[in-house]
Design a protein around this ligand. Structure first.
Ligand SMILES: [Zn+2]
Length: 261
């Protein structure tokens, strides 16, 4: 979860790692900024003219001083030329994380203006971590394996979101709404790609929610109503670029809702 979005993570901060780099920065301050009052105090009481390499962590010092001086073994990280003087903690933190290989579906997650819960569902779906019935069956749990959307085939991730006749009709309906075809590109920052990413994330979330509603609440919504719901959310969530693209269909959507209400 703490890896970058491009590497399949959620880009959350690893607080333990960040704290370690923040302590390391204080150790660097002790070595470099000897004009500060608290640093002068540490120098006169504990360091006493020794270099940071020579000094032994004083056992009689308070917990805070021992923690700071205890990081001197990795002080070389901040001496690295690649680490500038600005945002040292952030740069050292990135070095600590190391490099990651990028995942193919990164462009779907990055710069997507969909609702956070839709992005999170898409993130789980891309890694096949949603609790579809094929996964539950692998845990030897008793569950009816048939897909509730079509009642024809076994429910797997690929079937539920791509191969199921219901899903295919719904996706085709959404593409028809924005006047696109199935080969439309979702890469890049152009308005069309941003709108497609937004619609795709909301499509995955809404379809997953409908599947859960059918299983747990025994309630079904028609494909047309689901498509309208997705269209409504996309119009409300679209950023400036995606809105530019969706502008030419807004009038049609408004007409649909006028007819509904
Ligand atoms: Zn199905």
């Amino acid at each position: 979860m703490c890896t970058p979005k491009s590497a399949g993570g959620l880009n959350l901060v690893n607080l333990k790692g960040w704290n370690k780099e923040a302590i390391l920065k204080m150790c660097w301050d002790i070595e470099q900024k000897q004009d500060r009052l608290w640093i002068k105090w540490i120098h006169s009481y504990y360091i006493k003219g020794q270099s940071m390499e020579e000094i032994r962590v004083p056992t009689q010092a308070c917990w805070m001083v021992r923690k700071i001086l205890g990081t001197k073994e990795i002080l070389h990280i901040l001496h690295n030329e690649a680490v500038g003087k600005k945002s040292m903690i952030r740069q050292a933190y990135k070095q600590m994380l190391g490099s990651f290989s990028k995942v193919e579906w990164r462009n779907l997650i990055c710069c997507n203006s969909a609702r956070p819960k839709a992005i999170f569902t898409l993130w789980l779906q891309a890694q096949n971590r949603l609790l579809t019935k094929d996964r539950i069956l692998k845990w030897k749990m008793q569950v009816e394996p048939v897909c509730v959307m079509c009642n024809q085939e076994e429910e797997t991730r690929d079937h539920l979101f791509y191969d199921c006749i219901f899903a295919r009709k719904l996706w085709r309906r959404l593409l028809q709404w924005i006047d696109q075809n199935s080969s439309s590109n979702t890469k890049g920052k152009n308005p069309q790609a941003q709108a497609l990413r937004l619609i795709y994330a909301e499509y995955i979330y809404t379809l997953w929610k409908e599947r859960n509603t059918r299983i747990f609440e025994k309630h079904e919504t028609t494909m047309e109503n689901i498509a309208r719901r997705i269209a409504y959310v996309c119009c409300a969530r679209a950023n400036i670029a995606a809105r530019l693209f969706l502008d030419n269909v807004l009038f049609r959507i408004c007409c649909c809702f006028c007819l509904l209400f």
